[in-house]
Design a protein around this ligand. Structure first.
Ligand SMILES: O=C(O)CCC(=O)C(=O)O
Ligand SMILES: [Fe+2]
Length: 203
């Protein structure tokens, strides 16, 4: 069906049974686009690994991070204030693609580089005060396919999904209020995965 944005697949179903809306669009890039973006991100992003507090979350793992946005948004990093770097043309392309497909807008992006399955991210929700309340978060995956898990804060119900190369996942509505999510470590994955989460910062 054609709409404002061209030829977009039917909106996928909510993968959460209640208390939030999270949609998995599957692979949205061609194999060639995936490879080009993967190489670009791996080699051209100024990855940093250090302790950091981003959106109130202490980061102390081996995974690397980078932070971009439409302006120099600030965040606390090892007790120093760091500023978002301005979008690169490639990140802007990726942002626009997420916006077209999800029908939402974003003004910043946190990037994560997990070198292999030994690196992951513990259960958390992304609902810090700087983030727009109930704002959508669009998550892109390039590289290794990894499992991603949700856990309901009250019922402890779990939902697992596999995030494939070139895929888009969008969490929105009251998802962050009611569900935690994590990227579990695994011994099975030996290659890097790059994740981009597009978000909306409110000042
Ligand atoms: O790597 C992922 O898929 C998730 C990353 C994440 O949850 C975050 O950066 O807040
Ligand atoms: Fe998150």
């Amino acid at each position: 069906m054609n709409n404002l944005f061209g030829n977009i697949q039917n909106s996928p179903l909510n993968i959460l049974p209640k208390d939030g809306v999270t949609k998995y669009y599957g692979k949205i890039f061609s194999d060639e686009e995936c490879e080009n973006y993967y190489q670009y991100l791996l080699n051209q992003i100024p990855w940093e690994n250090d302790e950091a507090v981003i959106f109130g979350k202490l980061i102390y793992t081996k995974r690397k991070v980078a932070w971009f946005g439409e302006k120099e948004f600030e965040y606390t990093y090892s007790k120093r204030t760091k500023y978002a770097k301005f979008w690169t043309p490639e990140l802007l392309e990726l942002k626009q693609k997420c916006e077209e497909i999800s029908g939402e807008t974003y003004n910043s992006c946190l990037l994560n580089l997990y070198h292999d399955g030994s690196e992951g991210m513990a259960y958390h929700s992304d609902a810090e005060k700087d983030l727009k309340k109930h704002g959508a978060i669009a998550s892109l995956t390039f590289g290794a396919e990894r499992k991603f898990s949700f856990k309901h804060k009250q019922t402890k119900e779990r939902i697992d999904i596999s995030l494939e190369n070139g895929s888009l996942l969008v969490m929105k509505g009251i998802t962050q209020e009611n569900w935690l999510h994590r990227l579990p470590p695994t011994t099975k994955v030996k290659t890097p995965r790059i994740n981009l989460t597009f978000r909306t910062i409110e000042e």
